[in-house]
Design a protein around this ligand. Structure first.
Ligand SMILES: [Zn+2]
Length: 347
C-alpha cells in the first residue's frame, strides 16, 4: 500500500507527498487511539517518564501540538507519539508501548520502556554519544488528573478579567546574574520568560502591562511607578537566581510583608505567591523552595498585590544548560501564568 501510494505520488510536488504521509501517520495514530484500552489501567508497573526528562537526557527537541495531542521528538532519533495511544512511530517504524502515552498537567508522559527503545534506536544509528553517561531515572507515576481529557487542549476559560503588570528584572547595562558556564545573562532570560507569560495571559483575556519589552535599563523606582499607575490587579516581577553552590536549584516566590499598604494587600500578595508556587511545582524536575517573605524594593513599594518569582538558579550545573531552551521557558511561563489566572479567578 505504501509502495503504490509512493508511485502515484512520484510525479506530484513533494509537498503533496509529505501531506499524504502526515495524513496517513495521523490516521494510524488516531485509529490506534480509538481502539479499546488494554486491561490493567493506564499506569503499568514499569512506570512513566516525562517528555521533559526524555528531551533533557537525550538532547531531543519537542514539538508539541496540544490541539491534536500529537508530540514529535527530534534529534538523534525521531519519535512521534499521540496522547491516549500506545502506538508511536520511531525513526519511521511503527512501535507499540505496553500502555498509552498520557497528557497530564501540560506534560506528556511516555511508558518507561520508551527509554530503552530510544537508546537502542540511537545505538543502531551509530551516533550514540551517551554511553559514558548512562540514562538513569526513577520511573514515576504521572500526576493524577480528572481533566484535561487526553487529546483535548487543557481548558482555559476565556475572558478572565484583570490587568497584570509583568516586570522582567534587570535590562540594559544591568545584566543581573550571569551563567557561569554559558555566559547567559539573567536580563535576557527574564525578558524571554516574561514575554511568554504575557502571551499566555493575553490569550486568556487578561490585559498585560510590561515594565520593559526590550533590553533597556529601567530603574526600580520607575518600575514601581509604572505598577502603581497601571490600575492593575497585581504585579509580578520575574528573575533568575544565583548561589555559590552549583548544586543549589529550585524556584521560589517572594512577597514583602513589610509593605506599608495594608493587610488586605499583603493577604492577596501571599495568595498570589502561593498560587504561582503551586503551579510551578512539577513543571520541571527541581526543588520547590516555597513562597515566603523577603524585603525587596519592588514588592515593598507597590500599592497592589506584588510578588517576585525567582524561576531557577543560573548557577546550577544541572539547570543552567536548560534555561535558554524554549521548552524550559515555556514551562516556567506556563506555571507563572496559570498561577496568575488562578489568583485572578479566585478574587
Ligand atoms: Zn535578578
Amino acid at each position: 500500500m505504501t509502495a503504490r501510494r509512493t508511485e502515484r505520488a512520484a510525479g506530484r510536488p513533494r509537498r503533496l507527498k509529505r501531506a499524504a504521509f502526515t495524513v496517513a501517520l495521523l490516521f494510524v495514530l488516531f485509529a490506534a487511539a480509538c481502539s479499546p484500552p488494554k486491561q490493567g489501567g493506564t499506569v503499568n508497573s514499569g512506570g512513566y517518564v516525562s517528555a521533559f526528562e526524555l528531551t533533557h537526557r537525550f538532547n531531543l527537541r519537542a514539538e508539541p501540538d496540544a490541539v491534536r495531542g500529537v508530540f514529535r521528538f527530534t534529534g538523534d532519533v525521531e519519535l512521534t507519539v499521540l496522547a491516549g495511544s500506545p502506538s508511536a512511530v520511531l525513526n519511521g517504524e511503527r512501535v507499540a508501548f505496553r500502555s498509552p502515552v498520557l497528557f497530564r498537567n501540560g506534560d506528556v508522559w511516555l511508558p518507561a520502556e520508551a527509554v530503552g527503545m530510544i537508546e537502542r534506536a540511537i545505538a543502531r544509528s551509530r551516533i550514540y554519544t551517551y554511553s559514558e553517561r548512562p540514562f538513569s531515572f526513577r520511573p514515576s507515576t504521572p500526576p493524577p488528573t480528572s481533566r484535561p481529557p487526553a487529546t483535548r487542549r487543557p481548558s482555559r476559560r476565556p475572558g478572565v478579567r484583570g490587568t497584570v503588570v509583568l516586570d522582567p528584572g534587570h535590562g540594559g547595562n544591568d545584566s543581573g546574574a550571569v551563567g557561569p558556564r554559558t555566559g547567559v545573562k539573567e536580563k535576557d532570560l527574564n525578558l524571554s520568560v516574561a514575554k511568554r507569560v504575557r502571551s499566555l495571559l493575553a490569550a486568556a483575556g487578561v490585559r498585560v502591562v510590561m515594565t520593559r519589552t526590550a533590553d533597556v535599563y529601567v530603574g526600580l523606582r520607575a518600575r514601581v511607578a509604572k505598577a502603581n499607575a497601571a490600575g492593575a490587579d497585581c504585579f509580578v516581577s520575574i528573575h533568575h537566581n544565583a548561589a555559590s553552590s552549583p548544586r543549589t536549584k529550585g524556584f521560589e516566590v517572594f512577597y514583602s510583608s513589610n509593605n506599608p499598604f495594608g493587610s488586605l494587600r499583603l493577604k492577596r500578595s501571599v495568595r498570589l505567591a502561593r498560587d504561582i508556587e503551586r503551579r510551578l511545582r512539577g513543571k520541571w524536575n527541581t526543588r520547590d523552595r516555597g513562597a515566603r517573605h523577603k524585603s525587596l524594593y519592588v514588592t515593598r513599594r507597590t500599592r497592589i498585590p506584588s510578588v517576585l518569582v525567582e524561576v531557577e538558579f543560573m548557577t546550577s550545573s544541572e539547570m543552567e544548560p536548560l534555561l535558554t531552551s524554549a521548552w524550559f521557558q515555556q514551562r516556567a511561563a506556563a506555571g507563572i501564568a496559570e498561577g496568575i489566572l488562578d489568583y485572578l479567578r479566585g478574587r
